[in-house]
Design a binder for this molecule. Structure first.
Ligand SMILES: [Zn+2]
Ligand SMILES: [Zn+2]
Length: 123
């Protein structure tokens, strides 16, 4: 997974934690880039580490954009433009359907350097 200069600072800080516990769907789970797990896609047996680069959604434990699962590189995708983090194969269209999202979903956050946060596309 390639990170770009547009990644937000607080995310860099979070990535530094190898172990922590979070609540996901009311269940306490261990997470962090030092926590070994299996891709959350059923039937996928690829090993992952529960760091933010494998997390679906913008926040630990999931949010309106993602489910909070951890997925291997084959089952996680970059967030839609203007949003943070990654999305799994199930959630990647969240927030991009104009019928399903509020106008707030169009708000773009700008980082300290003036670049849109989450603008990871630099092709
Ligand atoms: Zn998901
Ligand atoms: Zn997988």
């Amino acid at each position: 997974m390639e990170l770009t200069a547009a990644e937000p600072k607080d995310k860099e800080k979070l990535v530094g934690y190898a172990f922590y516990e979070i609540y996901r769907d009311g269940e306490k789970i261990q997470a962090g880039y030092g926590v070994e797990a299996i891709c959350d896609k059923s039937a996928c047996t690829v090993k992952v580490w529960r760091g933010l680069d494998a997390l679906c959604g913008e926040q630990l434990g999931g949010d309106e954009y993602g489910c909070g699962g951890y997925f291997c590189g084959a089952h996680i995708y970059g967030a839609p433009e203007g949003q943070l983090g990654q999305r799994c194969f199930l959630c990647r269209d969240n927030g991009t359907d104009p019928l399903a999202s509020s106008p707030d979903a169009m708000v773009v956050t700008f980082g300290p350097d003036g670049a849109p946060v989450g603008a990871a596309h630099r092709s």
